[in-house]
Design a protein around this ligand. Structure first.
Ligand code: NAP
Length: 480
């Protein structure tokens, strides 16, 4: 299999927040890799924008420092890449720099504006782009998460953006949607005849979606404390994974067809009972402080862990719960969707221990890939015994010489340039997710609920285990 790179049309990409952390870690290296792959060439331009006063040469030197290269050939390519980049200092909420930007973008070229800045800049930047005629009817605007902290603020952000851009021009990033495995989940379900007939409550017993992180919130505790696991992870990333797992087949793989189906899933979610939620905060552990120390707030009741049972009240999923779990300072960094199939209706092997049955694990990180746990005969003599065998497909192995999975940001930026919104959240989708999340958050705020302490390097608080035990189920071990 040979990797196919389909070049995009020449573009002008204006990156606001060009000196920021996200740009440094993900966006600039991602753009360079796409350039090296031949997805765009020297006919495109990238304009870095931020507040600092820098000239083009100083900014290009920064890029040379932050973009990793491993060979001399790559260093040459990096020189060619940085030659496409220029820099403009702009005050996002003032007048400085905007005239220079208006003069720099090229008249006949597609324009995309990537707002890798704090959300309070989205509206002011969008307005200035419109008022100064820098954004055209075909331009696109990309905004980073978080998209609001509740329904009201998400509606306000949507209104600010829609005041200046049409919905088909707005790209709300959830980088989980750019992951290879997430798209493979759709391919698995809708391009094979094997799984879809089984993809319902009659055959699936329950689903577990886990996004576990081993790192603490050190260094971003103050930001995190205003958010917590529910707002930071569940309302967006886990919700997207839930939607893609639970949605009906769209009539075609087109942005609005896919997003219509995702919205229907969110709208079908039952309100979550507080008794179906486990919230936790990590304690201090070997070599690190507690959540409360990192948050700088000894009285904080913000959760660094949450687990919950969610019911999708529709024909396909009635009585098949989805369990969501995410947290910091856990045993391993792992993101996965585990689909537990029901056991066979009748066992013909009486008296023989049966392993846990069929589980399809779709791994997003690390080692993107899929594993299907099956039951086979334990090989060798000694009569009939059953054991578990895994059919494993780790993409990095199975796709060895073809496409190594791209980083999510690389894929998403190129989708913006191509004008493909399929992997971006629509405004009504974000609002529906907040409309579901808000009452849950209000529920524990009204009770002033105190999260349960848990050990770092473990699997979360005891309440999360109880949530499962109560239902006669068990979590998959984190990092299994
Ligand atoms: P950051 O490191 O604080 O960078 C902020 C950027 O905004 C800098 O380039 C800064 O320019 C620029 N800026 C600040 N005030 C400005 C102004 N008045 N006018 C023009 N530019 C201004 O932030 P970040 O971590 O990169 O995050 C950027 C966005 O991505 C945020 O919405 C964040 O929530 C989101 N995000 C970040 C991550 C991550 O891993 N970092 C992950 C997911 C989402 P100067 O440097 O010149 O001051």
């Amino acid at each position: 299999m040979v990797a196919r790179v389909i070049p995009v049309n020449p573009f002008d990409l204006v990156l606001f927040g060009a000196t920021g952390d996200l740009a440094k870690r993900k966006i600039w290296p991602g753009l360079f890799r796409r350039y090296v792959a031949g997805q765009f060439d020297d006919s495109s331009r990238i304009l870095g924008v931020s507040r600092s006063e820098l000239d083009d040469d100083a900014f290009r030197d920064r890029l040379r420092d932050i973009i990793p290269t491993s060979t001399t050939a790559e260093k040459d390519q990096l020189d060619r890449f940085v030659a496409l980049v220029s820099y403009i200092a702009i005050d996002a909420k003032g007048d400085r720099g905007w005239d220079a930007l208006a003069k720099t973008v090229r008249p006949e070229t597609e324009r995309a504006f990537y707002l890798s800045v704090a959300p309070n800049f989205f509206g002011p930047i969008a307005r200035r782009l419109r008022d100064r005629g820098i954004a055209t009817e075909t331009s696109r605007i990309v905004v980073e998460k978080p998209f609001g902290h509740d329904l009201e603020s998400a509606k306000a952000l949507n209104a600010e953006l829609r005041d200046c851009f049409e919905e088909h021009q707005i790209y709300r990033i959830d980088h989980y949607l750019g992951k290879e495995t997430v798209q493979n989940l759709m391919a698995l379900r809708f391009a094979n005849s094997l799984f879809e007939p089984l993809w319902n409550a009659s055959h699936i017993e329950h689903v577990q979606i886990t996004v576990a992180e081993s790192l603490s919130v050190e260094g971003r505790g103050e930001y995190y404390d205003n958010s917590g696991a529910m707002r930071d992870m569940v309302q967006n990333h886990l919700m997207q994974l839930l939607c893609l797992t639970a949605m009906e087949p769209p009539s075609k793989f087109q942005p609005n067809a896919v997003r219509d189906e995702k919205v229907k899933v969110i709208e079908a979610l039952e309100p979550v009972q507080q008794s179906d939620i486990a919230r936790g905060q990590y304690r201090s552990g070997t070599g690190h402080d507690s959540y409360l120390d990192h948050a700088g707030n000894p009285d904080s009741r913000t959760e660094s862990f949450i687990a919950m049972k969610v019911n999708v009240a529709n024909w396909r999923w009635a009585k098949t719960p989805f369990y969501l779990r995410t947290g910091k300072c856990l045993r391993a960094r792992t993101s996965e969707i585990a689909v537990y199939f029901r056991n066979p209706p009748h066992m013909i092997f009486p008296g023989i221990d049966t392993p846990s049955g069929n589980v399809l694990v779709i791994r997003l990180q690390p080692d993107e890939g899929m594993t299907l746990h099956t039951t086979i005969k334990d090989p060798g003599p000694g009569g009939m015994r059953l054991t578990e065998a895994s059919l494993d497909m780790t993409f990095a192995d199975s796709l060895a010489d073809s496409a190594q999975p791209q980083d999510a940001y690389e894929r998403l930026i190129m989708d913006v340039i191509r004008g493909d919104q399929t992997l971006f959240m629509r405004g009504d989708e974000v609002e529906a997710a907040w409309a579901w999340a808000d009452p849950i958050i209000q529920g524990w705020q009204e009770r002033n609920h105190k999260p349960q302490a848990y050990d770092s390097g473990g699997s979360g608080p005891d309440d999360a285990l109880l949530l499962m035990h109560r239902d006669g189920r068990r979590w998959r071990p984190i990092g299994a």
